[in-house]
Design a protein around this ligand. Structure first.
Ligand SMILES: CC(=O)c1sc(CCOP(=O)(O)OP(=O)(O)O)c(C)[n+]1Cc1cnc(C)nc1N
Ligand SMILES: [Mg+2]
Length: 616
């Protein structure tokens, strides 16, 4: 295998062009093999193989800095940069990250996971390089989906103004996780720009075959021609960034020649490459949505598997039904249609659905605009990605107490995607905002009740639920719920465990049949059920709170604050995630390590003398 000869990017410099082509195929096979075992970002990584081989052939990582936006497409980069022997551990307990990660390798220029960060990083690195009078290349690979993010577009504006030397490679496969959206995406499609690539591909190859110093003049002239053809509407022209392309992102030889030319240029350049998501694996080419991030599969006989009925599906079913009852309801997703369970909703209510692309900030403020003008927006958003809309929630929604519902998915530790994707800060960052209310349903029925009640009550309401499966609620079920009221799931004579979401099961497991231990479904995090809390404290119950969220600023903090305001000091233990990040791995194992599972709850109860000390 050619790959046997590659232990670092330096080893690519001596390979023949034929060996490089073979290497690309071997990388593809390895990516498919390991994703078959572990699951992972298969289609994106398959589409970026030639790009990454050409980059490491021409540039000198780690001296040259290669950035990968989102970092999910960088599996070939990981294999080529000294991690081929551990690549099989990707996204696994104790294994390498599924995204680029600075602490994992000197070849990983940025820690990624959230989209649209690479251009601002590249800008900062270029300024640092020039300020320190250092000399190295900075290359950022950004997908067409990530380019829909405001951070990326705003960074382009500064890059064009700074005019520092850096190369941006727009990896355009017309896909985000779903089909990509936005005017830029339409522009590239509508101008038949892809067709032009095919038509000129032969011409391009001839020119590249006869590589000469004139090559770039030719491309330059072609670009000028393109610019004229497009009446200088090339958006990057306005941003002050030199645009080259589009070129075939799978033409390894062409890419190598082009990179050799482009690396000599001063100032910022964007090279537009056209790739196919899932390239080289027919099922992934045919359905890059499912194969964007599949669970494990048999590479020889790949089949789609159902991951069970999820909270996301429960939300999608509920909001699809609710839309018939509330004609003003309008659902927004920032590029997470599948992940948020909205495929059926988007097909059933296409005129009351918006995919903004990867821009949570725009999605939140668009919801504000809708609410100001009479709609009832529901923003379906992952807890971790909602971090991108923090100011918009305060400034555009909460101050005016607008009717916006946040359906907050992936609340809690998420597993394979690791620290960049854990939804463990939303209670802390939301509950400090006046007017915002926070609820956490225990099942699909309660989710329905909360959605309906939130619509009726108005104001900004966040309903948070975990990455997990849940029992399907009957169609048409719309139970009532008393807003702000907790629910006693099990009576106790001595102590109560207050919990919600994923840790509610740990609370019930810890209480078991023990008559001394009660369990409360603390399903309202803001407002707390202060009446019940006061009663429990006044009646001398010992309390344990448990949550799949940072302990600092979470539900337990809210309970302590309320007890302080009430002047009550019950014996209480607050269990939550410690002040550190949790990488990828088994959720159950991380819950155990974090001290929020049943064993931890029983340990706390033992410290309070409620149960006998658990065996050491
Ligand atoms: C992994 C992950 O969380 C991905 S990958 C991805 C699509 C990226 O499309 P792009 O065109 O940039 O790349 P491609 O897959 O090669 O086509 C999204 C929306 N997400 C979720 C997401 C949502 N919102 C933010 C801020 N960051 C991320 N990462
Ligand atoms: Mg894409």
């Amino acid at each position: 295998m050619v790959l046997d000869k590659v232990n670092s990017p330096r080893d690519l410099k001596t390979l023949s062009e034929e060996e490089l082509l073979t290497l690309a195929q071997e990388l593809r096979s390895e990516i498919i093999r390991v994703c078959g075992q572990n699951g992972g970002h298969l289609a994106s990584s398959l589409g970026a193989v030639e790009l990454i081989v050409a980059l490491h052939r021409v540039f000198d990582s780690p001296k040259d800095r290669l950035l990968f936006d989102v970092g999910h497409q960088a599996y070939a980069h990981k294999i080529l940069t000294g991690r081929k022997d551990v690549f099989h551990t990707i996204r696994q307990e104790g294994g390498i990250s599924g995204f680029t990660k600075v602490s994992e390798s000197p070849h990983d220029a940025i820690t990624a996971g959230h989209a649209s960060t690479s251009l601002a990083n590249a800008l900062g690195m270029a300024i640092a390089r020039d300020a320190l009078r250092e000399d190295y290349q900075i290359v950022s690979v950004i997908g067409d989906g990530a380019l829909t993010g405001g951070m990326a577009l705003a960074a382009l504006n500064v890059i064009g103004e700074q005019r520092r030397k850096l190369l941006i490679i727009l990896n355009d496969n017309e896909m985000s996780i779903s089909e990509n959206v936005g005017a830029l995406n339409r522009y590239f499609k509508e101008f038949q720009i892809k067709k032009w690539v095919q038509d000129t591909q032969k011409w391009g190859r001839d020119v590249l075959e006869h590589i000469s110093p004139r090559l770039f003049n030719l491309v330059d002239r072609a670009k000028e021609a393109a610019k004229l053809m497009l009446h200088q509407e090339n958006p990057f022209y306005a941003w002050g960034v030199r645009y080259v392309g589009p070129v075939d992102g799978h033409d390894l030889k062409g890419l190598i020649h082009l990179f050799q030319e482009l690396k000599e240029l001063d100032g910022p350049t964007i090279l537009h490459v056209v790739t196919q998501k899932g390239k080289g694996y027919s099922v992934a080419e045919a359905d890059p949505i499912y194969w964007h991030g599949p669970p494990g599969f048999n590479p020889e006989k790949p089949e789609k598997v159902s991951k069970g009925y999820s909270w996301s599906a429960a939300f999608g079913d509920a909001v699809t039904e609710l839309a018939y009852q509330e004609p003003r309801l309008f659902v927004i997703t920032p590029a997470m249609r599948e992940g948020s369970g909205l495929v059926r909703y988007s097909q059933t209510h296409p005129t009351r659905y918006l995919d903004t692309g990867i821009c949570e900030d725009v999605a939140a403020t668009a919801a504000a605009g809708m609410a100001l003008r009479g709609l009832k927006p529901v923003l379906a958003i992952y807890s971790t990605f909602m971090q991108r809309a923090y100011d918009q929630i305060i400034h555009d929604i909460a101050i005016e107490n607008l009717d916006v519902i946040f359906a907050v998915d992936r609340a809690g530790i998420v597993g394979g995607d690791g620290a960049t994707h854990n939804g463990v800060f939303d209670i802390a960052y939301l509950r400090t905002i006046p007017n915002v209310q926070i609820a956490a349903p225990k099942d699909a029925l309660e989710l329905r009740a909360m959605l309906k009640k939130a619509l009726e009550r108005g104001g900004p309401v966040a309903i948070r639920y975990p990455r997990d499966n849940v029992e399907k609620a009957p169609e048409g079920a719309w139970p009532e719920i008393e807003w702000g009221r907790w629910e006693v799931l099990k009576e106790g004579s001595t102590a109560y465990i207050l919990s919600f979401g994923k840790t509610l099961r740990y609370a019930l497991e810890a209480a078991g049949e023990n008559p001394e231990i009660g369990v409360i479904n603390a399903r309202f995090i803001k407002p707390l059920d202060r009446e019940m809390l006061e009663r429990l404290a006044l009646e001398g119950y010992k309390l344990v709170t448990a949550e799949d969220h940072q302990r600092m600023g979470g539900f337990g903090s809210a309970v302590l604050e309320a007890l302080s305001e009430l002047g009550l000091k019950p014996d209480i233990r607050v269990l939550g995630l410690p002040d550190r990040f949790f990488d990828h791995g088994s959720i159950a194992r991380m819950h155990k390590e974090a001290g929020i599972d049943a064993e931890a709850i029983l340990k706390a109860l033992a410290e309070m003398g409620v149960v006998s000390k658990p065996p050491a």
